[in-house]
Design a protein around this ligand. Structure first.
Ligand code: GLU
Length: 299
């Protein structure tokens, strides 16, 4: 008898279903590698939350990085999900086909005065962090030390006219002045409040790509009508930034379920580099879908 992912262990009683009826979830992998057991867990969790509430499970490929994304990985992802027994509603949303949506969001943010161009190279940022001593931690690692935030308008214009490459950053201070503290709800840790210290001048549009993870994920979750965002606990810090972007752009606020990360036998979190743990490798080694589902943590 094939195991139905719906039949996996029920959610603990202390976690009431959010949205109750018609929860809309998504699985949003980047096609930069093959899916591993951690992705399988994330996908099954999102699928189950949607199906158990009679809602929709949507699939989105976060393929904005042409240097790292491969069509073969996108194909393998769809194939592995189908093999797992997961079905999704509607067409797959490929972020690379929706750059106009992100540009529109960026224009709105710029019009509100919460963005600025950043000409820094990685090396300049690293050198400034080293010079200033230890940099506080932000949602993307070390905080941006703010070099380009303070440029004068004349200097900005000069560099833009000179054709210097630039990213667009969120001016977190200016955004905070518009929003103040903001609540959001996570199914595991309860209601959280975004504090000023949780947000940073994150990149909204990269030098080489006219958007970023933070901008496109926030816009897509709204455009796709996602009511419950399920993803790994490693992305919890990013949620504060997304919550601020939602408030500034006046987008609906979904609920969140940041789930524990799947680890290997030594307690290390799985990564795309762990070839042996990919669903592809397990399938090739003769592991069945039922065995994969049974190995996943309860959802
Ligand atoms: N694309 C992200 C990843 O593969 C997931 C983003 C999200 O779920 O918000 O890690």
């Amino acid at each position: 008898m094939p195991v139905d992912p719906l039949e996996l262990t029920a959610a603990p009683a202390e976690m009431p279903m959010v949205g109750i009826q018609g929860t809309i979830t998504r699985f949003a992998p980047s096609p930069t590698g093959l899916l591993h057991m951690g992705h399988a867990y994330s996908a099954v969790l999102a699928w189950r939350r949607a199906r158990q509430s009679g809602g929709d499970f949507l699939l989105r490929l976060e393929d904005i990085d042409p240097g790292r994304c491969r069509p073969a990985f996108a194909e393998a992802i769809l194939d592995d999900l189908t093999w797992l027994g997961l079905d999704w509603d509607g067409p797959v949303r490929r972020q690379s086909e929706h750059l106009a949506d992100y540009r529109h969001g960026l224009e709105r943010l710029a019009a509100l005065g919460v963005t600025y161009p950043c000409f820094c190279t990685r090396a300049e940022i690293a050198a400034e962090i080293a010079r200033a001593g230890q940099a506080p931690h932000g949602p993307d690692g070390s905080r941006y030390p703010g070099l380009c935030r303070g440029l004068t308008e004349a200097e900005r214009r000069r560099r833009l006219l000179a054709g210097d490459a630039y990213a667009i950053r969120l001016d977190a201070g200016a955004a905070w002045a518009l929003t103040g503290p903001l609540p959001w709800h996570d199914r595991h840790v309860g209601t959280q409040t975004v504090a000023r210290a949780h947000i940073d001048d994150v990149v909204l549009a990269r030098k080489d790509v006219p958007t970023s993870y933070h901008l496109s994920v926030t816009i897509d979750d709204a455009l796709q009508g996602i009511t419950l965002v399920t993803r790994g606990a490693d992305l919890m810090a990013a949620t504060a930034v997304h919550r601020v972007l939602q408030a500034v752009l006046k987008l609906p606020v979904p609920q969140y379920e940041h789930h524990p990360l799947v680890t290997d036998d030594t307690g290390r979190r799985l990564a795309k580099r762990d070839r042996a743990q990919t669903l592809r490798a397990l399938r090739q080694a003769g592991v069945t879908r039922e065995e994969v589902l049974a190995r996943l943590p309860a959802v």
